[in-house]
Design a protein around this ligand. Structure first.
Ligand SMILES: Nc1ncnc2c1ncn2[C@@H]1O[C@H](COP(=O)(O)OP(=O)(O)O)[C@@H](O)[C@H]1O
Ligand SMILES: [Mg+2]
Ligand SMILES: [Zn+2]
Length: 301
């Protein structure tokens, strides 16, 4: 496939979604009847929320609403950007999708899992493990969350292949080589621990590990935040070209609109755990509709 193809835009939108999320709620804390009232408020009721729920925190019981009523679809081969200021619920959302956090309520279906008929949030822990190993990959902002720093880089990939049922040592080694080569880690360093590597290299090892079992869905949370600009650009290029090569769908979370502009076809804007606007990235950036998005785009937040 040609790696220089332009972003695919909304031609994708006619297909069946790969991923569908409905009304995802994640509350930190035990909740109360007041929490329940505000958790499921939507759209037009937002001004009520402003007054009802300053800083995401329930004034009655002190619980924090990380995500409230988030719904969206992701199409095959699409990159969806998720943007919002710090604390808007971006990480909580992807952690929930990857089962790192247990959701309070909501549903998620994947077209590749039992024909999209099962709410994955209600799956057994064994099923969730299967989904994490075969159908999703996750790349964290902090490489210490995604990598075992006391394993070699090839060992990190081997672990992931092993978890998906590959036991042939030779083929595991070949696949590790292939993946590390793809993300431009010198093969002579494949048996080194990622703790010896620079931040940009650690993110590249994380990406190769996340892709080990060819998942149709990759989740990336602020993967370039904190890296030097030139290193950031290389990692973003890598993500773009991998997407075009493999056709993997991605959710790219970033507070940085430059990252969103470069990678995502469509963008969803979060504010205090709620979706305030979703649209084609160009439209969101050039002609934002929601006042919060306008502030964000004009760097006023
Ligand atoms: N483990 C936790 N316990 C309590 N509150 C949390 C926890 N994790 C996140 N939060 C809160 O949830 C909200 C969303 O956080 P987060 O998803 O990290 O935002 P973002 O990634 O957009 O910066 C914040 O108010 C944060 O303080
Ligand atoms: Mg975050
Ligand atoms: Zn409460």
């Amino acid at each position: 496939m040609n790696v220089n193809e332009p972003k695919q835009g909304n031609a994708l939108l006619s297909e069946t979604p790969l991923l569908q999320v409905d009304n995802l709620v994640k509350r930190f804390g035990k909740g109360c009847s007041y929490c329940q009232q505000i958790e499921n408020l939507q759209g037009d009721e937002e001004s009520d929320i402003e007054s009802a729920r300053p800083q995401n925190q329930c004034p009655v019981c002190g619980s924090v609403l990380g995500c409230a009523g988030i719904s969206f679809e992701l199409y095959p081969g699409e990159i969806l950007g998720v943007v919002g200021e710090s604390g808007s619920g971006k990480s909580t959302m992807v952690r929930s999708l990857y089962f790192d956090d247990e959701v309070t309520s909501g549903s998620m279906t994947l077209a590749g899992y039992r024909d999209g008929q099962v709410n994955l949030f209600e799956a057994s822990s064994q099923q969730k493990r299967y989904i994490r190993n075969h159908l999703m990959g996750m790349v964290y902002q902090n490489p210490y969350l995604g990598l075992r720093m006391n394993f070699s880089s090839s060992g990190n990939i081997a672990e992931k292949l092993f978890a998906a049922g590959s036991f042939h040592v030779g083929s595991i080694r070949d696949r590790a080589k292939e993946l590390l080569e793809r993300v431009e880690i010198p093969l002579k360093r494949m048996d080194e621990r990622p703790s010896n590597f620079s931040g940009g290299m650690q993110q590249r090892v994380q990406i190769s590990k996340a892709l080990a079992n060819n998942p149709p869905l990759l989740l990336l949370d602020e993967v370039t935040t904190g890296l030097d600009l030139s290193v950031q650009a290389k990692v973003l290029d890598l993500i773009r070209s991998i997407q075009q090569e493999l056709g993997v769908s991605m959710i790219v979370v970033s507070h940085d609109l430059g990252v969103i502009r470069m990678l995502s076809d469509r963008t969803m804007v979060l504010k205090q755990g709620r979706v305030v606007e979703t649209g084609l990235t160009d439209q969101i950036l050039e002609d934002p509709q929601h006042p919060y998005t306008q502030l964000l785009v004009h760097s006023l937040l």
